[in-house]
Design a protein around this ligand. Structure first.
Ligand SMILES: [Zn+2]
Length: 402
């Protein structure tokens, strides 16, 4: 019997419309992510179509986007100019989607957004320029929040070792920073960009304009898990205090309710197209794509602000057999930019490329050597996905043309 890690489905199926497989987890923001833990994965229907492709059909045919825009206007009307100051918080990495969100809210819908950036682990040059241009060229106010680097490095390193998910602390921080700043500045409206349903989270969640409530459920902060470790253990084993962990502890839904803070996705109200966001932000906020393609994929404009970002996608390749080209191609197929055949070819060409450009930088950042890196990585390869032949690892199931 083949053993599967993370409770992944034993039989690997690829979507007939895009290139994603049924191994894709349905959320990237999980506090626990352990090998033995059952993960929920993207839904496939009886015709072999994934929920992200189904959502894109709904998006193209069934949703009344004019009505959704009217709903957006009435939501914005309730908040616009309320305190004479800022009336919406937009968490922004300086990337194309959040730049689009902030800019269109300000210049088309007359809001006064305050963008908040959770700093990358290690900026790329183009990432640093893009976050500056949002303010300088896009005309949007921005606060850059940089978490305690010692703690963030520690958590990232733990997350790599314990979960093979080095981006987990960053994703958690980025998700929390919006509501946290909303509380701080008393700005009850928080607007994130694209809806997670675009990428295959639970289909029923597409009916909701607000963020997954579970994330803000009432939890004792000491029992939270960060980087695969309980907060109480982190406090025992290190010199960090519970105060140091403030930016990683989600405000409770009770607190958000008391202050009437609501977290929305603009992608619920406006028909989202990542490539159009790229063109829009290039035109309006001075956003620039990379001069070279990103390792592990063929694109130049998505998630380019962090030097260690490539290792996020490398670890998804190891754990789920899904690399960065698969994510990019699946999204572009759904949005009608490329055909499935083109997508398959791109996945075959780029998905398994090792991100060598910042490899040493990453090793230094999480404080391990090359041997340790590969030992850890290999321990996370599920036997139903990987086989070692002649000393090299091979994926047992790859996407192919129908
Ligand atoms: Zn699909």
């Amino acid at each position: 019997m083949v053993k599967t890690f993370y409770g992944l489905p034993e039989k690997v199926i690829f979507c007939k419309k895009c290139v994603i497989s049924n191994q894709r987890p349905s959320s990237s923001v999980e506090f626990k992510h352990l090998k033995k833990e059952k993960k929920s994965t993207i839904e496939f229907d009886e015709e072999g179509i994934c929920s992200a492709c189904r959502y894109s059909e709904i998006k193209n045919k069934l949703i009344d986007w004019d009505k959704r825009e009217r709903d957006l206007l009435s939501l914005l009307d309730q908040h616009r100019g309320k305190n004479g100051g800022y009336d919406v918080i937009v968490p922004s990495s300086g990337g194309k989607d959040s730049s689009f969100t902030a800019h269109i809210l300000k210049y088309k819908y007359g809001m006064n957004p305050l963008t908040i950036t959770w700093a990358p682990h290690l900026y790329t040059d183009v990432g640093r320029k893009n976050i500056e241009s949002l303010a300088h060229e896009g005309g949007i106010d921005n606060i850059l929040f940089t978490p305690n680097g010692k703690l963030h490095r520690y958590l990232t390193s733990q997350a790599f070792k314990n979960l093979l998910h080095p981006f987990q602390p960053f994703i958690i921080g980025q998700k929390i920073i919006g509501p946290l700043m909303a509380l701080k500045f008393d700005i009850p409206l928080v607007m994130y960009g694209e809806h997670q349903a675009e990428y295959g989270n639970i289909l029923s969640e597409t009916n909701s304009p607000t963020m997954d409530e579970k994330f803000f459920s009432e939890k004792d902060p000491y029992s939270l898990s960060l980087g695969g470790k309980n907060v109480s253990d982190i406090l025992k084993e290190t010199n960090f205090s519970i105060k140091d962990l403030t930016p990683y502890i989600p405000p409770t839904s009770r607190k958000l309710k008391e202050r009437n803070i609501n977290v929305f996705h603009l992608g619920y109200y406006l028909k989202w197209d990542p490539q159009e966001c790229y063109y829009y932000s290039q035109e309006n906020t001075g956003f620039k794509a990379n001069s070279e393609r990103t390792e592990g994929t063929y694109s130049k404009y998505a998630s380019i602000d962090d030097k260690i970002d490539n290792f996020h996608y490398y670890t998804t390749l190891i754990k789920f057999g899904i690399g960065r080209a698969t994510y990019d191609a699946a999204q572009e197929i759904r949005n009608g930019k490329i055909s499935r055949e083109e997508g398959v070819a791109l996945v075959k060409k780029f998905d398994q490329e090792f991100p060598k450009k910042y490899f040493n930088t990453f090793l230094e950042y999480i404080d391990i050597n090359e041997n340790q890196f590969f030992n850890i990585v290999d321990s996370y390869r599920s036997p139903h996905l990987w086989d070692k032949k002649n000393d090299s690892w091979q994926l047992l199931h790859e996407v192919s043309n129908l």
